[in-house]
Design a protein around this ligand. Structure first.
Ligand code: HEM
Length: 297
């Protein structure tokens, strides 16, 4: 699968030890083109993975087929927001100081075109668990299957090797989670925390029953690269799913919200999304972002 060579390599690699997510909005559309050219020449797709939102693409009078805005959804007792975000950077590493300096390098380069509106610090927990203790990523596709799920194969120049990314910051209420019995917790996820075994007798609201990738028609495979986050008082999960389109993610989210059959995902008992964004992650060419699809050469 040669087209994977052109993808931003941080997408297919395992999650790093620590990360920082930066979200920018457009502050001055007149400078967007210049700022993007600067960004293109300074990020490598591995230490920094970049996603571009619809509001940014609109500034360039360009069109990325398949890119749209994040769909806000409301189900019974469930609210899924769509929030502003024109440009997204995922800083990946293992040294907090480096991430700090990278932030200080990137933000001024993007000014005055973009304004930083959110910075979230994230980390790998244990072998790759959510902060509730459940292993996250078990059913991710691997190898060629991961490439097929996450990377665009289209022969269109500037699109091949790109990826469509859904991002949501989820805020956990650990008090609610901890008030549940361990059986109720396992039934919310649909797996046993102690040994990660899938529970055949889990209710239909169990998260892995809601999202079982093969149960959709067509099958809805994505590549998840989520990481726990925290600040002084709050914690949760930054959920990220890379796809060759947004279709698989959107189908999963609809079912989680209960919009297909009235059954909401049991995760909503103790966690909820506070942001929601869609981005297009451009491919690489000669080690730099390839922005040909935007008319930037
Ligand atoms: C706080 C939010 C979330 C948490 C804590 C969480 C946690 C988990 C856990 C523990 C698993 C089981 C192990 C694994 O296969 O990874 C899982 C599976 C999965 N999750 Fe989530 N998840 C969250 C949000 C989401 C969202 C928003 C989506 C997509 C809309 C999603 C899609 C999936 C998929 C596709 C699977 C694999 C299902 C399968 O094929 O078996 N998750 N998640």
């Amino acid at each position: 699968m040669n087209y994977a060579i052109n993808s931003q390599s941080g997408i297919l690699r395992p999650v790093p030890t620590i990360a920082r997510y930066l979200t920018f909005v457009v502050a001055d559309a007149a400078h967007v083109r210049t700022a993007l050219q600067t960004l293109r020449d300074t990020v490598d797709g591995n230490r920094v993975v970049v996603g571009l939102g619809e509001a940014l693409i609109e500034c360039l009078d360009a069109n990325i087929p398949g890119l749209k805005s994040f769909p806000a959804m409301v189900g019974a007792g469930v609210e899924i927001p769509s929030t502003p975000g024109a440009l997204w950077c995922w800083l990946r590493g293992d040294d907090r100081g480096e991430l700090l300096h990278e932030t200080r390098r990137i933000a001024p380069r993007l000014a005055p075109a973009f304004e930083l509106v959110q910075s979230v610090d994230a980390f790998k927990y244990d072998s790759g668990r959510d902060l509730t203790g459940y292993e996250d990523g078990t059913e991710n596709p691997h190898g060629d299957a991961a490439v097929a799920a996450a990377i665009v194969a289209s022969g269109i120049q500037g699109m091949e090797g790109s990826s469509f990314l859904a991002v949501q910051q989820w805020l956990h209420r650990m008090d609610r989670f901890q008030a549940m019995s361990s059986e109720e917790q396992d039934h919310s996820v649909g797996r046993r925390r102690s040994d990660n075994e899938e529970l055949a007798d889990a209710p239909e609201s169990a998260h892995v029953k809601r999202t079982a990738q093969e149960s959709f028609s067509p099958a809805a495979f994505v590549l998840r690269r989520s990481m726990p986050w925290s600040n002084e008082t709050e914690l949760g999960l930054v959920f990220t799913a890379f796809g060759n389109s947004f279709d698989a993610f959107a189908a999963q989210l609809r079912r989680m919200a209960g919009l297909d059959d009235g059954i909401a995902d049991a995760l909503f008992k103790f966690t909820r999304p506070i942001t929601g964004n869609y981005y297009w992650c451009p491919p690489l060419r000669d080690g730099r972002l390839d922005l040909a699809a935007l008319g930037l050469r």
